[in-house]
Design a protein around this ligand. Structure first.
Ligand code: ADP
Length: 492
């Protein structure tokens, strides 16, 4: 099959979260199965043109009633299988993407012209195919910034009866909390008639909802874990689109993300001091823990349990319950328990400030505010536990990285965390992590307390859980096969 991935994020070029990792690891997994995969994303300001090849000539893209001109750059995805390289195309438009930030910046968290930027990008996807003379069977788009690909296929390209009349579309939801909702004054830049601005399309309480239009337009829909697929069809987790997803439930399923084992593998990780496997875990993790303690300026101590976090600092990740001034549980956890806690993250300003202030007051809590690939690997390897108290979690990658590195996740019972972590059973010793139901400071405190208790009192069980976690298979092979079934399901 010929598959075109359209995404606003692709690792290693542009990443704010798991979406980027997913696209850059699902694509090679599909290529390994013999399919022809290509990827398209915007060329953001930070992507250096000098490492890319430029396609000859400029490309015209319809936007609203007019036209914009752009260039196209190309490269080969570094994680491509050697016998089936994956071309990546970068849509280069100075006005839309030649600024700092993917979706926004600290002063303008959601760029005002995002509807225009991403509708341009989605229409450029079709123009790109025309330019290179390559027409996919499947147009696979990801999240609201690329969701308009399905809309343009249904309402523009197919009715034209041209090169795309046999193509089908898949839309993957990585996070239903982000929908691309804008004032309907922006609708004119979509370039579609007002007959498409109806309830089973863009219209959303008199606003324009881009994801909603995509959910109604794509031939098939999926999200990134089975449990989250079920949750999104409920009012509690549906972000007001649960009705749409229930309506589309015959075409909607959950496929668990895999992890890129070429990047996240303790046996071959350049960012950790000593590679390790199940049989060398004790020495490997001890070295990593020591390096992590030194990196953060903590006391070097093998006996104290070290809890790690790598996270976007936003309400979705449970940071209010952990760091909310005056009620978050991080303070009491560090004050009452003999533990060390380290955090790498960036996000909401109040939270960054609070975390830094907390780190100044607690000797056993350290933080690094920012984005650091190397440190995220060292935290996964050097920590004993990994804390993820998510409010909701479509799939979550970090808990899978943790399991692969023999680090026990402490997670909330939600979304993909349910599909990947098994709660500790202290009677039998079974399990791979620690789980709690309610998102409250008290529940986080209690469950971290339970894990710390197990660390000091049930060490053989902790060691057995580590091995059980490392032996789990979260590679992409299984899930890539499920995407192929999804694609074939459309093509009948
Ligand atoms: P989400 O996509 O909701 O942010 P996931 O767990 O699915 O959550 O994926 C997050 C990805 O982003 C992981 O690869 C994680 O390691 C990475 N990440 C998040 N914050 C940082 C950071 N500050 N530094 C380095 N990597 C980060």
């Amino acid at each position: 099959m010929k598959i075109l991935m359209a995404s606003s994020e692709v690792h290693p070029y542009a990443k704010t979260g798991g979406l980027a990792d997913m696209v850059s690891s699902l694509s090679p997994a599909l290529a390994k199965l013999g399919h022809e995969v290509r990827i398209v994303l915007p060329r953001y300001y930070n992507i250096d043109r000098s490492g890319l090849d430029r396609l000859e000539g400029a490309m015209g893209v319809p936007v609203g009633g007019g036209e914009e001109w752009c260039a196209v750059y190309t490269a080969v995805l570094p994680s491509s299988p050697p016998n089936n390289p994956i071309p990546v195309y970068f849509i280069d438009h100075e006005g839309f993407f030649g600024r700092e930030g993917i979706y926004g910046n600290p002063w303008e968290p959601d760029f005002l012209d995002n509807p225009r930027r991403f509708s341009f990008f989605c229409r450029a996807v079709f123009q790109l195919c025309r330019k290179i003379g390559w027409f996919p069977d499947i147009l696979h788009s990801h999240d609201w910034p690329a969701a308009l690909v399905s809309v343009y296929l249904k309402f523009w390209e197919r009715p034209l009866g041209g090169e795309f009349s046999a193509a089908s579309s898949v839309l993957t939801i990585h996070n239903l909390g982000y929908q691309g909702i804008y004032d309907k004054d922006n609708y004119s830049c979509m370039g579609l008639g007002w007959d498409v601005f109806y309830n089973a399309g863009f219209e959303d309480w008199n606003m324009m909802n881009i994801l909603k239009a995509g959910l109604y337009s794509a031939d098939k829909l999926n999200t990134v874990s089975p449990h989250y697929a079920g949750e999104t069809k409920t009012q509690a987790h549906g972000f007001r689109l649960d009705g749409v997803l229930r309506y589309r439930s015959a075409d909607y399923l959950g496929i668990l993300n895999g992890i890129d084992t070429a990047v996240w593998n303790p046996a071959a990780d350049p960012y950790i001091p000593q590679p390790y496997t199940v049989s060398t875990i004790a020495a490997g993790k001890a070295r990593a823990k020591e390096a992590l303690q030194r990196e953060f300026g903590l006391s070097v101590d093998a006996d104290v349990p070290l809890i790690g976090m790598v996270t976007r600092l936003t309400g979705q990740k449970g940071v209010d319950e952990l760091f909310g001034p005056g009620y978050g549980s991080a303070w009491s956890i560090c004050r009452d328990m003999n533990v060390q806690l380290v955090l790498l993250g960036s996000g909401e300003t109040w939270c960054e400030d609070e975390i830094q202030s907390l780190a100044g007051r607690l000797p056993n809590f350290k933080c690094s505010i920012g984005y650091r690939e190397d440190l995220s690997h060292l935290i996964e390897a050097g920590s004993d536990f990994f804390l993820m108290p998510s409010r909701y979690e479509p799939c979550g990658l970090n808990q899978m990285y943790s399991l692969a590195y023999g680090t026990l996740p402490i997670v909330r019972n939600t979304g993909g965390l349910v599909d990947t972590v098994e709660n500790f059973n202290q009677e039998t010793g079974e399990g791979t992590g620690f789980m709690f139901d309610d998102l409250t400071p008290q529940a986080i405190y209690n469950t971290v307390g339970w894990a710390v208790w197990a660390w000091y009192n049930r060490r053989p069980q902790i060691e057995a859980m580590r091995i059980a976690g490392m032996n789990k298979d979260f590679s992409w092979e299984k899930s890539a096969g499920k995407y192929i079934e999804l694609y074939k399901g459309i093509r009948g």
